[in-house]
Design a protein around this ligand. Structure first.
Ligand SMILES: [Zn+2]
Length: 279
């Protein structure tokens, strides 16, 4: 999972223009398995080495850096829909389509979280949500590298599309996620959000081949143009993580919608505008 990217608040943020709103990591089991600790402690001007990944220490706030935290519940999703409707906003939910169990088995999101998935589907039907592909696992399955370690953090293995994985893995994961999401939400999925901003040219080719049209992350154009794909870079997006809402409450979203004159739309809508502008 990438760090919260609110620091990339768009330049146009306060001038009443249109920006995409994105909520990442829905359904991603990295919230359970991605555990690492602080390895430097600030003491005045010094950053002292600290064994933040040693045994249980990485699970203890404030040393704990990412997980574990829980999935958003169905009632919370109802509140998200209400907040969007009240704020006249729309949002892209970037869903990791498979939940990785501790033994490495993968359960499709709609089967793992049926109540939450049903509310999201209702949000799609009401035109409040776009569902985006945020990978199949969010992590590396090979060798159970996603599991927490005794003496180390495991952040690197909670990125799914490393360039050292074979192209067939990129195709398989992008395609499986696409199948699960399109079948359950009964809409074409056209936006891909690479977990943790990590992807290769093989990931983009795999995405284009299964109908993806918009890539939304930090620096999506880093490998040059790809036929059929439009970049929706983080400068045009307010990207939250479900972690922000789970830990900060619904007010995180409500105050964002209330406190700005920006019109929030889905990544697909922002991408369509961008596509028209560059044509
Ligand atoms: Zn993520």
């Amino acid at each position: 999972m990438s760090r919260p990217s609110r620091k990339s608040t768009p330049r146009s943020w306060r001038t009443g223009v249109i920006v995409a709103l994105r909520l990442d990591d829905v359904g991603a089991a990295s919230k359970r398995h991605e555990v690492y600790g602080l390895t430097r402690l600030r003491l005045g001007p010094l950053a002292l080495p600290f064994p933040g990944n040693f045994l249980f220490i990485k699970y203890v706030p404030p040393i704990k850096r990412w997980g574990p935290y829980r999935e958003l519940s169905a009632p919370e999703w109802e509140s998200v829909l209400d907040a969007l409707e009240t704020g006249g906003a729309r949002m892209t939910a970037a869903i990791t389509a498979g939940w990785v169990e501790s033994d490495g088995r993968v359960t499709p999101f709609p089967r793992k979280f049926p109540e939450a998935a049903a509310v999201i589907r209702e949000g799609v039907r009401r035109g409040l949500l776009e569902v985006a592909n945020h990978g199949y696992t969010h992590c590396v399955l090979e060798g159970r590298q996603f599991r927490p370690r005794l003496f180390a953090g495991n952040r690197e293995f909670h990125r799914e599309f490393h360039d050292w994985l074979p192209a067939s893995t990129h195709r398989e994961h992008v395609g499986r996620a696409q199948d699960i999401l399109q079948e359950f939400f009964a809409r074409p999925v056209v936006t891909f959000v690479p977990p943790g901003n990590v992807f290769s040219r093989a990931t983009l080719d795999a995405a284009a081949a299964v109908g993806i049209r918009y890539i939304s992350c930090l620096d999506p154009g880093r490998f040059g143009p790809v036929a059929g794909l439009t970049w929706v870079a983080d400068g045009d997006v307010v990207a939250l993580h479900d972690r922000d809402v789970v830990l900060g409450g619904l007010d995180v979203l409500r105050s964002l919608l209330r406190g700005s004159t920006t019109t929030f739309v889905t990544v697909q809508e922002a991408g369509e505008r961008r596509g028209r502008a560059t044509r």
